[in-house]
Design a protein around this ligand. Structure first.
Ligand code: LP5
Ligand code: MN
Length: 246
């Protein structure tokens, strides 16, 4: 990974994900806000690939820091489209928040042609198919009624449930191998095949990389923002992953 490179003249598209913004980490929010103000020269579209927030318990819970993020994204959206795909932490980000932030919500798996390359874009958790416990939980939380019931609970109860799931997740993850916590190569190949894509862009694993695959395919992974920012820039002849000090 390189530090930001100054030779970025061509119009390009930026991808970020796994920012895990929360009121407890104002340093990350400030870095992201500064990036939105000063880091988008020559950028024609911004994609936020999920886990924008550390946890999201419903659009009706508005915290000052998340409203500030929404305002900043709304301003960016006056200059370029801002796309959003939900992550496993913020799968409850809905139409209301997206509208407030000027973001266009995308399906879990989004296909587009980007600078002539058929590209499939997703958060990435659905590719961790060896993680059976997680995939079971993912199926459970995708049930509309479950989600609706959760958002009808008082905020204090929602918080308790979210904390319990987080604690269980942290505990379980100590015993999971790196292989289980990563995307499964067969799932990657299958999705590339199924969507007729030659490039895949995702986050979730917190393992930023540009992987060259067989058959001239690529898998690009954006990193998390816990210790440093991670930005992927794609243009007609540009494909670079930058880190950003917090
Ligand atoms: O995010 P990360 O990297 O730490 O871990 C993920 C997987 N864990 C999760 C859980 C999130 O950390 C917490 C989500 C909070 C949601 C708030 C809203 C609550 C809504 C409730 C329902 C609508 O996504 C982790 C993966 C890891 O990525 C790598 O891919 O391994 O998966 C797990 O840890 C799953 C556990 O193994 C099993 C968790 C079972 C929890 C069951 C509780 C059910 C209670 C439901 C009550 C309504
Ligand atoms: Mn994630």
């Amino acid at each position: 990974m390189t530090q930001a490179i100054a030779t970025r003249i061509e119009q390009h598209t930026v991808f970020v994900g796994d920012l895990h913004l929360s009121a407890d980490r104002p340093d990350i929010s400030q870095a992201f806000l500064a990036f939105l103000s000063h880091g988008l020269d020559n950028v024609e579209a911004l994609y936020v690939l999920g886990d924008l927030f550390e946890v999201w318990m419903g659009d009706d819970i508005a915290e000052p820091f998340s409203l500030e993020i929404a305002r900043a994204l709304q301003q960016v959206s006056q200059r370029m489209p801002v796309y959003f795909t939900q992550g496993n932490r913020d799968f409850l980000v809905g139409k209301d928040f997206c509208q407030r932030a000027g973001m266009t919500p995308l399906a879990d798996v989004h296909c587009t042609t980007l600078y002539g390359i058929q590209t499939v874009i997703l958060h990435g958790d659905s590719l961790c198919t060896l993680d059976e416990a997680y995939q079971k939980f993912r199926r459970f939380r995708s049930i509309k009624l479950v989600r609706w019931l959760y958002t009808q609970l008082p905020q204090s109860q929602r918080l308790k449930i979210a904390q319990n799931i987080r604690n269980k997740s942290k505990k379980d993850n100590q015993y999971k191998s790196t292989e289980i916590m990563d995307v499964e190569p067969q799932a990657v190949d299958a999705l590339l095949e199924q969507t007729h894509s030659t490039r895949m862009i995702h986050g979730h694993t917190h393992r930023p990389a540009i992987h060259q695959l067989a058959n001239n395919r690529q898998r690009l992974v954006v990193g998390d923002w816990y210790d440093q920012g991670s930005i992927l820039r794609i243009g007609p002849s540009l494909c670079e992953l930058n880190s950003l000090p917090l």
